[in-house]
Design a protein around this ligand. Structure first.
Ligand code: CU
Length: 511
């Protein structure tokens, strides 16, 4: 049967505007002075269409894909790794077969062909591997890249052009003395997720940018396995947010001004930053400010706030006092900076040329809100070192009755992070859709992070704190088996992931 949807898919399959090839393979790159670092890396080629659809990266990151809304794209993936892999286009609304679900993972020497039409609006997206149980290790060793969607109207909206924008892919890594990447070293790494002691931006340490004194569009991307950043300017100028995970904010929402922004793993945020407002020749840093972590290790250290961490919950008081500062210092020395530690992300040197004013920004109108006729609930829990979604863990093909969403209709999907004593913050991600955050309630979003949560706009990943309930509005438009999971990559690999199915409601009303 030919529906409009599979007609479109058939067209995309037969006549792509762009044909790209991405190959994942081992490589070596220079991350910081000293020896080269062995990494895994995507490299790419344009086989047909615009040569500017791929922008190579200067380090281990894959090439940046520059796609246009409405474009029909074919991407040929080649796996030259020693392990199975598959690419997921994070945030992109693509057909089921192009989503990079782990059941599509291909072995060494094999490949996979993706066909999709770029449906998402202008924004900042990502691609990364998604083989079950191996995602954390493969991303950590270098497999990730940016995917930017552009629209012709962006200039008319008054946004700085591509020549005045910068993308910062932020990752933390632990580098040994010989610059080898160190992945998991201890049990804690599975529980907290792997945290590094060195911040890399676009794959290099101590990143610095030279900017002219004018407005710039900054795309801030957290591609870290587990680290949450509290991003701020070192000179305390407020951050002007123009876009969140899945596209620009609407005219109705306007620019959101925040003292800092919280960016959880695989969230993105776009800023309009006027470097012309600073003294010519001055230097400003993008930093991650200290916060009392919502993670488990911090609970053990007695920094966990009201929710407590593992030991806090077990011993009724947190271990900070028991362990004392000396012990805590020793633990930190072993672990590197914990969740919530102050870090420098990147430096910006403002040029001395004459200041240029920006255009007036006219954000696009808001799409109509859907009527939500369906409800879904998911309870998050963490116990025995593993995450659970409604008491369940990942099974490759399994989807429960309460994991089905009606196609082309609004669903209110409520996530509650209250399923156990070992609660911690989880960055939750849903494949194949973009959603709105309707409401946060019931929890204790830490006071020192609250102001930096940007729930406006459309998102595909959101952070949920211990004790919190977050209600989302979602309208699936692609039928098939997709997934939802924690995007702390060690939690995801540990099974805090489930399938969900988007399907047309049968006439009887049963979904
Ligand atoms: Cu998690």
């Amino acid at each position: 049967m030919w529906t409009r949807r599979n007609m479109l898919q058939a067209l995309a399959a037969t006549a792509p505007d762009l044909v790209l090839r991405l190959t994942a393979a081992p490589d070596t790159v220079r991350i910081r002075p000293g020896g080269e670092t062995a990494v895994l890396r995507y490299t790419g080629q344009v086989l047909r269409g615009r040569a500017d659809a791929l922008r190579p990266s200067a380090s281990y990151l894959g090439p940046t894909l520059e796609l246009r809304r409405g474009e029909r794209v074919r991407i040929e993936f080649r796996n030259r790794l020693a392990d199975p892999s598959i690419i997921h286009w994070h945030g992109m609304i693509v057909p089921e077969a192009a989503d990079g679900h782990p059941r599509f993972a291909v072995g060494p020497g094999d490949g996979y062909v993706y066909d999709f039409t770029v449906e998402n609006p202008a924004g900042t997206y990502l691609y990364h591997p998604h083989p079950h149980g191996l995602t954390g290790a493969q991303v950590y060793r270098g497999l990730a890249g940016l995917l930017i969607v552009r629209e012709a109207q962006e200039r008319a909206w008054g946004l700085p052009g591509p020549e005045h924008e910068l993308s910062l892919v932020i990752q933390d890594r632990r580098l040994a003395g010989d610059n080898r990447l160190e992945f998991k070293r201890m049990m804690m790494d599975d529980m907290n997720g792997v945290l590094g002691d060195t911040v890399l931006v676009n794959g290099v340490a101590a990143a610095a940018f030279r900017v002219s004194p004018r407005p710039w569009r900054l795309r801030l991307v957290n591609a870290s396995n587990a680290r949450i950043y509290k991003l701020a300017w070192s000179d305390d100028r407020p951050m002007r947010v123009i876009g969140t995970g899945n596209g620009l904010l609407s005219a109705a929402e306007g620019i959101q001004t925040r003292p800092y922004v919280v960016l959880a793993p695989f969230e993105r945020i776009e800023l309009l930053e006027d470097f012309g407002a600073r003294r010519p020749g001055s230097e400003v840093a993008l930093v991650s400010r200290e916060f009392a972590g919502p993670g488990m290790m911090d609970g053990m250290m007695g920094r966990g706030g009201s929710s407590g961490g593992m030991m806090g919950g077990m011993m009724g008081g947190g271990m900070g006092g028991m362990m004392g500062r000396g012990m805590e210092g020793m633990m930190r020395g072993m672990m590197g900076p914990g969740q919530g530690e102050a870090l420098t992300v990147a430096r910006f040197d403002v040029g001395t040329q004459a200041r240029t004013a920006g255009e007036e920004l006219r954000l696009p109108p808001a799409p109509r809100s859907p009527r939500e006729g369906h409800e879904l609930h998911t309870r998050l829990a963490f116990r025995h070192m593993r995450g659970f979604l409604d008491g369940r863990r990942f099974e490759m093909e399994a989807v429960a009755d309460d994991e089905r969403l009606p196609l082309d209709e609004g669903t209110v999907w409520t996530f509650a992070n209250d399923g156990g004593p070992m609660s911690m913050a989880h960055p939750m991600h849903i494949h194949g859709v973009r959603f709105r955050v309707l409401e946060r309630s019931g929890g204790d979003a830490p006071a020192d992070l609250r102001e930096g949560l940007v729930d406006a706009g459309f998102k595909d990943t959101f952070l949920i704190f211990p004790g919190e309930r977050v209600r989302l509005s979602v309208v699936p438009t692609e039928p098939g088996l997709f997934m939802y999971h924690c995007h702390n990559l060690e939690h995801e690999d540990g099974g805090m992931m489930r399938n969900c199915r988007f399907e047309a409601r049968s006439p009887a009303g049963r979904t």
